[in-house]
Design a protein around this ligand. Structure first.
Ligand SMILES: Nc1ncnc2c1ncn2[C@@H]1O[C@H](COP(=O)(O)OP(=O)(O)O)[C@@H](O)[C@H]1O
Ligand SMILES: [Mg+2]
Length: 256
């Protein structure tokens, strides 16, 4: 569905070229969930931007199936505060000049898929963080894209809610079989969702993990020994993080 070969992307820093992606090969087939993990600044968002065509590769090729449509879910839901949930989800349809009656059906369908039909008339300030992010997913789904790109979609949520959202996303996949390319910092999230996990480091994929956990997956999958084993294995392959500040512990001393 998407075939990336030898992708390089450099940005200019002043007059100095800065290499962000340095020879990426990536093949995503229909219905797969592929996840990219890697430290901050490793080029994950840039890769998604290139896949969607928001950024042009410096060299290399990206081949997409003819007419492939993308939906993008950002880290922050970025909802317009003066529009209702339905108004936000339907915004891409307004831009695309879809007639009102058809728009209404498409918005309902997208909200159904994320279990938020009851919230159609609410305003963003009335939503919890998890609901807002589901609205953002519905907005990305509303034009029935072939591929859903998700850039750290749940990183602002607390861990328990995050597991909930992961299971919701699995259910969504179960109904729609959407191809997904996900970026995350959470190893648990990567393992529960993915068919394949790619570890991005210094502009290249340095490891690949094919997650063979049976589908359908759900809350129970988190508790299986196979899940724990994958999480352990991936942790063991993470590169050291030399940039982290060292915590210096001082001898406790009396206050005078
Ligand atoms: N439009 C841009 N112009 C210049 N530099 C950029 C641009 N977008 C990203 N970068 C740089 O590319 C590197 C990778 O960024 P990004 O893809 O956002 O990383 P990640 O999503 O993994 O945190 C960073 O050093 C960032 O400063
Ligand atoms: Mg990013």
């Amino acid at each position: 569905m998407i075939h990336v070969e030898a992708l390089r992307k450099t940005f200019m820093r002043g007059t100095v070229p800065h290499v962000v992606l340095d020879g990426i090969d990536l093949h995503v087939e229909a219905e797969q969930i592929v996840t990219v993990i890697g430290r901050s600044g490793s080029g994950k968002s840039t890769l998604l931007d290139c896949l969607m065509g928001l950024e042009q590769p410096t060299s290399g090729s990206i081949e997409r199936k003819q007419g492939l449509k993308f939906g993008y879910v950002f880290q922050r839901p970025a909802l317009l505060p003066w529009r209702t949930v339905a108004g936000n989800v339907g915004l891409p349809l307004v831009v695309a000049k879809i007639p009102k009656q058809r728009r209404r059906e498409m918005v309902q369908d997208a909200l159904n898929k994320v279990g938020l039909n009851y919230a159609a008339g609410l305003y963003p300030f009335q939503l919890s963080g998890g609901m807002a992010q589901r609205v953002a997913i519905a907005r990305a789904l509303v034009q029935d894209p072939d591929v859903l790109l998700l850039d750290e979609p749940f990183s602002a949520l607390d861990p328990l809610l995050r597991e909930n959202m992961n299971v919701n996303l699995l259910k969504l996949w179960q109904i729609t079989r959407k191809t997904m390319v996900l970026v995350t910092h959470s190893i648990d999230e990567a393992v529960i969702l993915s068919d394949r996990i790619l570890l991005l480091e210094k502009g290249r994929f340095i490891q690949q993990f094919d997650i063979d956990l049976a589908r359908p997956r759900g809350f129970d999958t988190f508790k299986t020994p196979q899940f724990a084993e994958w999480v352990r294995l991936i942790h063991a392959h993470l590169p050291e993080q030399p940039n982290l500040p060292r915590v210096v512990l001082e001898e406790p001393h009396e206050l005078v």
